[in-house]
Design a binder for this molecule. Structure first.
Ligand SMILES: Cc1cc2nc3c(=O)[nH]c(=O)nc-3n(C[C@H](O)[C@H](O)[C@H](O)COP(=O)(O)OP(=O)(O)OC[C@H]3O[C@@H](n4cnc5c(N)ncnc54)[C@H](O)[C@@H]3O)c2cc1C
Length: 412
């Protein structure tokens, strides 16, 4: 027997951090959504699923708040009160203190698993969302008037617009023939979680080592050991990363402690290690006929500034606003006129962030003496120039630029 056709406004393919949040934001803005993810949500919270934690800027926190995710994860987040950036063990460093800018934290650290847990609870519960997971789109046809999709279980969906949110490898982007520019940094991020003897005092630290940045990011601790857990992002040369990943626990800990230093006392690794090869990539266009790309499907950057998801959530907030406004005005939400507004609003900001992270990665991933001297002087100088320092701090909070409603704390 043939399956019933589900008719909705928007088909979101990829219901991860960006796609899941987008589905909730669209539903909140009055649109009906089908959200398809190939992974089984039951596995989303397993310790082996995704070992990363994300630095969520204040503006991104407002988006998570608006869609109901924040209420669920709040107790699993740690505020970032200070940021300390140092060039290796150079005495010149940059120190951002949240009290210099009104006392609000710069943002919050949260494990990706926590956000996934909230999505796992919210997506199936919303009336305006049909959640298909695990499921994949086996056929996607876009014509002048609509998008038609068939899922691998035979379900059929028609929509006015399809949005690709599958992350860096996006079949939606590929199906539209949108070109991708991409290069590798020959670096791999080794990610793990550690417990330490002394509390981190909610300070995020980044040291620039010759192989790339090494970040120590504060996580909430346990009741017995508050403030004694951190997420590590250790950037290593891609030819050395597999060797580090294969070390036994004692040798791995020794290598880690050498890079980490001893300012938080003795370390203990908790949970598995993960490796993420690092590339930069950007799509030639964020839209095509009845199609839009969001977050990593449109742009993927180096995690040096912890901005990939934050930029993705800006895409989410802008697209949800543009589509919700279009629907309220009786416009065709899949029309070129509506999609162009999204592309215009987001392209410059994302391209600028891609360029900044690319320059920083090249500047800080080497040990060439004159470059090292210049960047040490640069870090020290920024630390001494209050207006420049304040501007950088506002960037870290994500409150610079033309913010969409959800990032200003307003409803759609
Ligand atoms: C080491 C590291 C540290 C980082 N730290 C930070 C940070 O501190 N702050 C920050 O802002 N960003 C950070 N990022 C970037 C951030 O993790 C990404 O930008 C973010 O995960 C992108 O979200 P996404 O939803 O676009 O993609 P993903 O998180 O990759 O999700 C894609 C989803 O699509 C699904 N999917 C894939 N293919 C299909 C398909 N064919 N059909 C259906 N579903 C599919 C997947 O199952 C998944 O659920 C970091 C990245 C790395 C590598």
């Amino acid at each position: 027997m043939s399956k019933k056709i589900t008719k909705i406004d928007v088909l979101v393919i990829g219901g991860g951090l960006a796609g899941g949040t987008l589905s909730l934001a669209l539903a909140g803005g009055g649109l009906s959504v089908a959200c398809v993810d190939r992974e089984d949500p039951k596995g989303w919270t397993a310790p082996t699923f995704d070992g990363r934690a994300s630095a969520i800027a204040i503006s991104s926190k407002r988006v998570l708040d608006a869609v109901g995710i924040w209420d669920i994860i709040e107790n699993e987040t740690a505020p970032i009160k200070d940021i300390r950036v140092a060039d290796g063990h150079s005495p010149l460093f940059l120190h951002y203190d949240h009290s210099e800018l009104g006392g609000e934290p710069f943002g919050f650290m949260v494990e990706n698993r926590s956000i996934r847990k909230a999505l796992q609870m919210l997506l199936p519960a919303k009336k305006k969302i049909k959640h298909f997971a695990p499921a994949e789109v086996s056929e996607l046809v876009r014509d002048e008037n609509q998008v038609s999709a068939t899922l691998n279980d035979g379900s059929k969906i028609t929509a006015s617009l399809v949005i690709g949110c599958e992350g860096r490898i996006s079949p939606t982007r590929e199906s539209a023939g949108i070109k991708l520019t991409q290069w590798s940094y020959n670096q791999t991020a080794i990610v793990c979680t550690v417990e330490h003897e002394r509390p981190h005092n909610f300070c995020a630290q980044e040291h620039f080592l010759p192989s790339g940045p090494f970040a120590i990011l504060p996580l909430p601790g346990t009741a017995k050991k508050p403030g004694q857990r951190s997420s590590i992002v250790w950037t290593e040369r891609s030819d050395l990363a597999p060797i580090m990943m294969d070390l036994d626990d004692d040798d791995f800990l020794e290598e880690l402690q050498m890079r980490f230093g001893d300012f938080l006392g003795e370390l203990k690794i908790i949970g598995p290690r993960f490796a993420y090869p690092l590339t930069l990539q950007f799509a030639e266009s964020y839209t095509a006929d009845r199609l839009a790309l969001v977050a990593d499907a449109a742009h993927g950057m180096h995690p040096i500034a912890g901005q990939g998801l934050n930029m993705g959530l800006r895409d989410v907030a802008v697209l949800a606003e543009v589509l919700s406004d279009a629907k309220k005005s009786g416009l065709d939400i899949g029309s070129a006129e509506v999609l162009e507004k999204y592309e215009r609003w987001r392209r410059f900001d994302n391209t600028l962030m891609l360029a900044v992270t690319d320059v920083l990665t090249h500047l800080f991933s080497n040990d060439i003496k004159p470059i090292k001297l210049a960047r040490d002087i640069g870090l020290g100088a920024v630390n001494q120039i209050p207006p420049l320092k304040k501007l950088f701090m506002r960037h870290a909070m994500g409150t610079v630029g033309e913010l969409p409603k959800l990032m200003r704390g307003e409803n759609l």
